[in-house]
Design a protein around this ligand. Structure first.
Ligand SMILES: Cc1cc2nc3c(=O)[nH]c(=O)nc-3n(C[C@H](O)[C@H](O)[C@H](O)COP(=O)(O)O)c2cc1C
Length: 202
């Protein structure tokens, strides 16, 4: 028997629960690597990835959530092509999770309102720029408006950001799990709608 290996090492039935546990930890714990996935959407030119903060992981609905600026290029991509991909990696746990899903954009609806209400003032600052994320500017700045510097907006100042705020929810269709171990890596695939899973060669 190999020592010091987790229960899921040879038990595929434990892995999906472990994935959701790690995702949910990522939502609440800044120190968890799963908090900062790479999210990939498809532009006209091809795949395009960036880091986001994982804001929600709803196991019962198979949904992952992040917040973004509605004016950002990724929203344009997702409107044209709802396919979305996440890559998570925990160095400490030696676990990679890849997820594939379908994105829904929530703008000025109940989900967006609720999420905005819970958003901290520091986070709201990201939505206050009069220019869209990715717009060209001629100087080193966050935007061309009066720079807030290190200041946090007041609640009143922050409210203007709501018109730029949106929540992206992704209904996950599949997960792929990779666990790195010196005694042999383990890889497994989970098709959520089909309720199927299988080991893969790592
Ligand atoms: C640590 C970290 C966290 C980030 N979190 C978010 C986030 O939660 N939402 C977001 O839209 N962008 C976030 N960003 C910025 C994105 O990576 C990206 O630069 C930005 O959203 C513009 O992407 P786009 O031009 O592809 O739309 C984060 C970047 C880093 C480095």
């Amino acid at each position: 028997m190999i020592k010091d290996i987790p229960d899921y090492y040879n038990n595929i039935n434990l892995i999906l629960d472990e994935i959701w546990t790690l995702l949910q930890r990522g939502v609440v714990d800044r120190n968890e690597d799963f908090r900062l996935p790479v999210v990939i959407a498809n532009s006209d030119e091809g795949a395009d990835g960036r880091i986001v903060v994982l804001r929600g992981a709803f196991k019962d609905k198979n949904i992952l959530r992040f917040h973004t600026d509605y004016r950002s290029p990724k929203i344009e991509y997702l409107k044209k092509n709802k396919k979305i991909y996440f890559v998570f990696y925990s160095k400490k746990r030696k676990i990679q999770v890849r997820a594939e899903g379908t994105a829904t954009i929530h703008k000025d609806n109940e989900i967006a309102k609720q999420a905005w209400t819970k958003t901290q003032m520091m986070s709201r600052k990201c939505y206050l720029s009069p220019q869209a994320p990715g717009d060209l500017i001629s100087e080193s700045a966050s935007d061309l408006s009066k720079d807030m510097g290190g200041n946090v907006p007041t609640l009143e100042q922050s409210e203007i950001g709501y018109k730029n705020f949106c929540v992206v929810e992704s209904k996950i269709k599949s997960f792929e799990w990779l666990y790195l171990a010196s005694q042999g890596h383990r890889r497994a695939k989970f098709l959520i709608d089909e309720n199927k899973n299988t080991w893969l060669v790592p």
